[in-house]
Design a protein around this ligand. Sequence first.
Ligand code: G6P
Length: 612
Amino acid sequence: MCGIIGYTGHQSVQPLLIDGLRTLEYRGYDSSGISILSRGKLKTWKAAGKLDSLVGQLPAKPSSGSTGIGHTRWATHGAPTDENAHPHTNNDGAIAVVHNGIIENADALKQSLAPHNIAFASDTDTEVLAHLIALAPGNTLTERVRHTLLKVNGTYGLAVVDANEPGVVVVARNGSPVIIGHGDNEMFVASDMSALARHTREVSHLEDGEMAKLTTKGCEISAIDDRLLHRTGQRSTIIPEEISQQYDRGGYEHYLYREITDQSETVRRTLGGRIDRRFNTAHLGGLNLDARELINLGRIRILGCGSAYYAGGAGADMIESLARIPCSAEPAAEFRYRNPVIERDTLYIVVSQSGETFDTLAATREIKRKGGRVLGIVNGVGSTIAREVDGGIYMHAGPEMSVASTKAYTSMLTCFALLALHLARIRDLSPQRGGALIDALDALPDLIEGALATEEKVITIAEQYHRVNSLFFIGRASACATAHEGAQKLKEISYIHAESYPASELKHGPLALISPETPTVVILPDDDLFEKSFASLAEIKARQGPAIVVTQSTDDRLNTTADAVINVPASDPLLHPIIMGIPLQLFAYHCARLLKRDIDQPRNLAKSVTVE
Ligand code: G6P
């Protein structure tokens, strides 16, 4: 949510900033801007809309500066306009600030500036920082930023430049990621490792409450409140290989399509090295919990936001049904705001693609503060959540660029299948059944290929239904999370209204809306509950509702009852949620494509929500 980039060194900074913003654009894309220090002056360009609107305004011959900052925005305070785009400057334009987060006491801070007759140029909470820094006491930009931040309540990742201090970028963090990249006589900063990967592999993560001064000579990290002790010593880490490899659209029009069609490969990576045939279990070295600790678990609680929460729902079902440990999933924000009881024998699992989602991170901290143990299922290597949890499983799905999650969702479920197997084998799952599950997991990439092969059928269905106003998605038990995620994907990228329900709830309300104009997607796994799920299908058809069925079953009644049947490959029921989700991703994609939506960057959304 909002991308920040900054640089000081010897390269021409303008193309470097634009290139960085291009990589970060998925974090927010309602406006963007850059400020460049050149010959003792600060020049700022900003524009509402996608990054190309900004690029269109820039001088054809890049500005000569080699120090600068840039920002791509997802609006929190103030509409997405040119004025509200970052960087924000003070009245004489000497100080420029880019900010990710929310300044909670912005109004009070603005009022404190009343005697200075300042003309505010925007509706943002950020602009006040530029004015405060300009007026703050201190001989250096670092001192003035520190003085200002000590007055600020709220969250921030920020970068500041000052025309009077050429070659210096000051950065600070409280709640929003700031990653410093070390170069050769040059320094970089970004809110995301992916924007640094093409320039350097050596990075330092700023922690909350820290700030840093970047110059061509390196960086000096200190505590914002310098009365506090701050860390010393070597802190840089290496950007992992999977991030430094450039990930592009692979010749496709959309990242989303590439990410959907890459899933057999990404799941192969998630499974890599984790199948233990010797004991017919999963090898999960990062859990940092041995069998003696795991056998005593009384409960597992899973937390996440958006698709990560829905993946948690499917994961809870996998764990409870296979390992027989009570397990449930809850949205991370709801959990932390209801002052949860942290139980001694409960294991908490946070799920996050980015590893930076604010609410998931805040839940992690709340649990740890209360003495609970937290594992992470995370894709973002070295992300804040990955660094703060007690242990976990990396997804290794590689960078996910499209705002709507697909390959990360599938890898989350794959991690849960591995964890369920691992826990079940510690409890009472037999080696034989463990072996059968390992065979099933081994076959998973091929089964995903089989599910992707439904695409032609899915296109026909999308062509028939993409103009409807509303759809239902239903599923029973393990299929319920799949229904929720299927509806979520369709809403996010096609903007078609969709609602998801447990199939059993249909007759308690939503059935009133079933009509020939409102189709239902029925997730109908070939499992013990097949007949029950089939009954829900019959109820829909009895009310003339069109029904699209996703199933492994070849039961003849389906073809005569449903309007369309998407057949996915049969597998162990543990893997049904993984395989059955894939045609739903394709359905959402093709509806969105037919409706000419902005598929990779849907309106109002952002990939990584690093504000509350
Ligand atoms: C945003 C994205 C969703 C994502 C959610 C959680 O809302 O638009 O696609 O599922 O954040 O993100 P995370 O990175 O924590 O998985």
